[in-house]
Ligand binder design. Structure first.
Ligand SMILES: [Zn+2]
Length: 179
């Protein structure tokens, strides 16, 4: 085989490039297709790739938000009966039952539960109160903390809302039935 000895930029081996390529000013850089492919890699780590994909997905969903919603809704409306009957059949299979049992026993561990609870609270507050959601969220947390630290009796004692009926009767605000 005739040609001009050329050095591959990836593996460093010498290979014979066709004279005609060189005559036309197109000197081959790589000895083979795999070497060319390697040269096009970005050499990114898995973590870096995952991060880039995550950011891309956010942009993608934001860009196609409306069309994604309508597409999914239209698909569901068009195929509703078929999908539901298919799912009903699948729910009866042993494979589904095994998967569901595994999901219920392993998935909802206490840590996951608390994370989900917090997420749901934030989501619900944002849905209900919009930009003021954080106030509602913090109020709920505060309430929970108070109820954790004080009993119902202590709270009523502190707010002076205990024995209301007795106090009203004593003050003559209301009359007791038997008096
Ligand atoms: Zn090569």
């Amino acid at each position: 085989m005739s040609g001009v000895a050329t050095k591959c930029r990836t593996c460093g081996d010498t290979f014979l490039a066709k004279q005609t390529y060189i005559n036309h000013g197109r000197v081959p850089k790589y000895c083979s297709r795999p070497c060319c492919s390697v040269s096009k890699r970005h050499h990114r780590s898995i973590a870096n790739k995952k991060e880039l994909k995550r950011l891309y997905d956010i942009r993608y969903r934001a860009r196609r938000r409306d069309s994604l919603l309508t597409e999914k809704r239209d698909y569901y409306r068009a195929n509703r009966d078929r999908l539901l009957s298919k799912m009903a059949v699948y729910r009866q299979t042993p494979a589904y039952k095994v998967r569901r049992r595994a999901y219920l026993s392993g998935y909802w561990n206490p840590e996951k539960k608390s994370v989900k609870k917090d997420y749901d609270r934030k989501f619900g507050a944002q849905k209900k109160y919009g930009p003021l959601w954080e106030i509602h969220y913090l109020t709920v947390l505060l309430n929970e903390e108070i109820k954790y630290r004080m009993s119902n009796y202590e709270i009523r004692l502190h707010n002076k809302t205990n024995n209301k009926a007795q106090r009203r009767a004593r003050n003559g605000e209301v009359k007791r039935g038997y008096a």
